[in-house]
Every structure is written in structure tokens, then in C-alpha cells.
Design a protein around this ligand. Sequence first.
Ligand code: HEC
Length: 268
Amino acid sequence: MWNVIKKLSIGLVVGIALVGISRALEFPSVFQMMFFGQAMFGAAVFMLLDAPSVRTMSGAKSVISIVVFYVVLCTVFVSGASMWPQFDPEDEKGKIAKILKPKLAATEQGKAEELIARVKALDEQVKALEVRLMSLGGGRAVKEPAPPVAESPIVPKAAAAGDFMKLGEEQWQLQECYNCHKLKGEGGKKRGPELDNIGSYLTVDEIKQKIMDPKSFMAEGFEKDWEKGKMPDKFKDVMEPNDITAIATWLSTFKNTSVNTPKPIKKK
Ligand code: HEC
């Protein structure tokens, strides 16, 4: 009994030390729990080493014992593992497709516009040639003007005004701002400030500026994180201007004064 307590307490001390170290190194909390679990597992193994050995078995009894042991172990492992959150590639693919779609549409629109411009330029050249032919006495009547070039049907329509807020919220999820910021009590992991009251401090334009250039404002009390550039400055590259406006507009509606959102200090 004394031995069990001794080994359990060694396990606990090691486990707590591991959690402390991994927390200091900013490991995700799942890992911290895993390290603790491993220390406890180690303690359990050492306790088992002290356990009295099992009676020797033979014949059918030994076979049944082995099978039962194996089945129990498998059940524990399989059901335990399936309780963890599962990685779903379809989920990730959906996210990537969502980010890529407007970009693709934009390049297609660009191509269509270039073609239209080239057709128009050619049209001008033909007209100029006709004028010259006439002046040379070709005498051919100028035909009626060419039909106007149809507008590109690929141009995506802007999201309806009512969907704008939804788009903003969607971008919050898509760009994974929640990884660092708590909002409505969700997400965060203590890396960045809670944003529930950001609408009381910043206008839509100022939030846009913060997203496009994270160095432009500094959250009070987050000097170190601001200096280290903890908030990524990739959003101006990976987000459409419309998406940035949507997320800023959506965030500016958060004016929950009971949440302690730090004051943004203008830097640029
Ligand atoms: C990797 C972590 C991280 C991600 C991802 C992140 N931020 Fe930040 N953000 C921070 C940190 C840290 C601060 C505080 C330091 C600073 O002001 O730069 C901050 C500050 C802010 C502030 C100012 C808050 C205040 O009270 O002054 C706003 C607004 C903001 N972030 C919006 C966003 C939005 C919107 C996104 C997603 C598009 C996002 N952040 C993604 C880490 C992050």
C-alpha cells in the first residue's frame, strides 16, 4: 500500500511538472493533458510491476483468459480513440474551396475583361481601315456599327446586404480568428484579447485597418505580443476586400461592455 502511494505521488509530481513545462512552452492544452496522462500511465506501469503475479493457468482457461484480455484491451483502445475529435479532410477541403472560389472568379472575370478589351481594340482597327479605304476611293458604304460586346456573364454578384453580417461571421470561422480571440465566450486559448466590446472602441474602418495591418493598433497590455507581431499580417493577402469589410462590420456590432476588451492604442 505504502508503495502504491509513493509511486502515485512520484507520478503526480512528474505529471504536474510536465504540465507546467508544456504550458510555459505554450503547448496546446490537449498536449498538456496527454503529457499528464503519460506520467500517470508510467506510474501505473510501475505499480503493476509490484503487483503479485497471476497464478499459472493452463488449457482452455488460459486460452479464454488471453482472448478476454485481448478483447477488453481492443475495446478500450478503439472506443477511447474514437472519442477524440476526428480530423475530417472534407471539412478542410471545404474551407480551402471557400477561400479559393472568389479568387478564381476574380481571375476568370479578369480574363473575360481582357478578351472584351481586345475585341474592342480590333473593332477600332477595322473601323480605321474602313475610313482609310473610303478616303482611297474604295467607295464601299460603311456598314452599320458592330453590335456591342456583351457584358461578361461570369461576374459574380456582390452578396446581398442581408447576407453581409453572415459573411462576416463566416470569415471569423474561416480565417480562424477564434484561435487567438475569445468571442461570445468561445475560442481564444488566451493568446489574444477578447473582442466582445471592440465595437465600443473601433469603427469599421479602424477594425479593417487592424486586420490588414496588425501593427496599426496595439491592444493595451499586449505590448509584448504586439512587438512580436503575434497577430498574423497575412489577412490582407488571403482575404478579399469585401470579406475584410464584412468581418469588420460584423465585429463593430460587438459592444458588450461587461467584457474586458483591452483598449486599442493607435500606432500608425
Ligand atoms: C495568432 C493569433 C491571432 C490571430 C489568428 C488573430 N489575432 Fe487579432 N490579435 C492577436 C493578438 C496577440 C492581439 C493583441 C496584440 C495586438 O494588438 O497586436 C490581437 C489584437 C486584435 C485586435 C485589437 C483588439 C484590442 O482590444 O485592441 C483586433 C480587432 C483583432 N486582433 C482582430 C482579429 C481578427 C478579425 C482576426 C481574424 C481575421 C484576428 N484578429 C486573428 C492575435 C491574433
